[in-house]
Design a binder for this molecule. Structure first.
Ligand SMILES: NC(=O)c1ccc[n+]([C@@H]2O[C@H](COP(=O)([O-])OP(=O)(O)OC[C@H]3O[C@@H](n4cnc5c(N)ncnc54)[C@H](O)[C@@H]3O)[C@@H](O)[C@H]2O)c1
Length: 461
């Protein structure tokens, strides 16, 4: 994520801890593990190591094995987790290890399906990074396979589903606070886009994201998170997608598109518009406080601007109430129409001051003690003055990881389950088809795609 001058997660925790929430620890310590899940990880590159850094402080899971093709990644993974895991270069050996109960699949996209398939066959629970699968035939094959293994957990790495801020936005929509939600606008703009790593032994593999043989490009790597947000917030999945995509700016040997705009048609006139460009990181949402990415969710009664946080940046959720609708136009009489026009102009110009999205912990339940009530009022006052922002107490990545182990132990069902991941992958596959063929693609087309033919050949599979 881009550098930002925002109040960082750590700064805000300090402010919140010192100024207001006396006595309430900002970060809850991980629970003492009774029977932790022994896990292995396949692919200890950038994301794998990031997850290992977070997994290190979660004691309901224990890393017993890691696997990667390169010595460097294995070394980095082992050093990051620090639990002296067994090291493998062939993922099938890790899957044959009886000590491994659950597997994290953090490989490039083209390897998600073969590793996930083999891990499920080996009886393991699986956490697979987004985008869950790469090809249409994998959609059908993995759905069928998972249906035959109901006791094994399969979670997709769509961490926004585990964010308290995004959950609060969804709750506002469910309560009708945004009215009829009809439109989502999302972007992930970078400046510059992904750079090609050059002085490396296997240039194509080290830069797998930039080659279609291994990657779904911007749509798989970036839009996937935001298509999932739109599906969740609208409560439905798209019917069709069309767009424009070209390769215009990053001329370094890559073959993915670098300039992509997509329009998704959902039922009942709903739309998602997504854009990904490499020439600017500006985002107009949340008052321009954040760069690169975020979503604007629009309804008849109000809109939400929202973007996720990470280790250094707080998530931001802002709620704009829709100005009062203009009075109804009278059927006849020029004079009255004039008055309506003037009124409409004024209302359109008025806008509304944003209010912060309140998290569950901030809402009044009526069951608070006197002190709790006073603290909630104090927080609300500080939010409204812009002195403090509602604070997600934990990074959603920590929550998604803990939740995975919990589901493995209890047979629970992940929020980002196979269907959430699959709908997301279907959208990615069909968006890329729409861009390649320059046409509107119906989502029903997936039913016939990838059936009957031979699965695509994958290098290294
Ligand atoms: N949820 C998120 O926000 C998020 C963020 C970043 C990346 N990701 C996802 O994580 C995955 C990995 O991305 P990355 O940025 O870490 O890529 P990366 O290139 O940094 O790491 C991938 C690693 O997988 C290893 N690998 C490749 N084939 C393998 C095989 N057959 N067996 C074992 N190891 C193999 C590579 O050697 C490399 O070390 C991608 O699917 C990406 O979309 C998710």
């Amino acid at each position: 994520m881009a550098e930002s001058n925002d109040l960082t997660r750590r700064d805000a925790l300090k402010v919140a801890g010192a100024a207001v929430i006396a006595g309430a620890p900002a970060i809850l310590p991980a629970r003492a593990a009774t029977n932790s899940i022994q896990f292995g990880m396949v692919g200890t590159g950038s994301r794998g190591s990031y997850l290992l850094k977070h997994l290190k402080s979660i004691d309901t899971g224990k890393c017993v094995a890691i696997c990667d093709l390169t010595d460097d990644a294995l070394k980095k993974g082992a050093e990051t987790i620090g639990s002296n895991p067994k090291k493998y270069k062939d993922y099938r050996e890790l899957l044959a290890d009886k000590d491994v109960e659950a597997v994290f699949v953090t490989t490039p996209l083209f390897m998600h399906y073969p590793v996930t398939r083999d891990a499920l066959d080996a009886g393991k629970h699986v956490f697979c990074e987004k985008s869950l699968v790469f090809k249409a035939e994998e959609v059908h094959a993995l759905r069928a396979q998972k249906a035959s293994k109901p006791k094994q957990v399969l979670q997709t790495g769509l961490q926004r589903r585990y964010s308290a801020m995004y959950q609060a936005a969804r709750a506002m929509i469910e309560k009708g606070m945004l009215g009829d939600v009809t439109y989502v606008q999302a972007q992930w703009h970078r400046n510059p886009g992904w750079k090609m790593k050059k002085d490396v032994p296997n240039v194509r593999m080290a830069n797998w994201r930039l080659f279609r043989e291994y990657s779904g490009g911007l749509v798989a790597e970036l839009a996937s998170h935001q298509i999932d947000v739109a599906d969740w917030m609208l409560g439905m999945t798209p019917e069709a997608v069309m767009g424009m995509g070209s390769h215009d700016f990053m001329n370094d040997g890559r073959d993915i598109l670098d300039n992509v705009q997509l329009i998704y048609k959902y039922p009942k006139g709903r739309r998602l518009v997504w854009t990904g460009i490499p020439g600017s990181s500006h985002w107009s949402g949340v008052g321009g406080q954040r760069t690169e990415m975020g979503e604007i969710i629009c309804g008849t009664q109000g809109s939400i601007h929202i973007t996720i946080g990470d280790d250094n940046n707080l998530p931001i959720g802002m709620w704009f109430r829709e100005p009062a609708p203009p009075p109804k136009v009278e059927p006849a009489g020029a004079k009255k129409k004039e008055a309506y026009k003037a009124g409409a102009t004024m209302v359109a110009a008025a806008g509304s001051r944003p209010l912060p999205i309140l998290l569950n912990k901030d809402l009044m339940t009526g069951k608070e003690s006197f002190l709790e009530k006073e603290m909630k009022f104090a927080r609300m006052w500080l939010y409204q003055k812009g002195i403090m922002v509602p604070l997600e107490e934990r990074n959603p990545v920590d929550i998604e990881l803990e939740s995975f182990f919990n589901d493995c132990r209890t047979g629970g069902h992940p929020r980002a389950d196979i269907e959430v991941g699959m709908q997301d992958s279907i959208a990615v596959i069909l968006s890329n088809l729409a861009l390649d063929e320059g046409r509107m693609v119906q989502f029903s087309e997936i039913d016939k795609m990838g059936k009957g033919g031979k699965p695509a050949k994958r290098p290294g599979a």
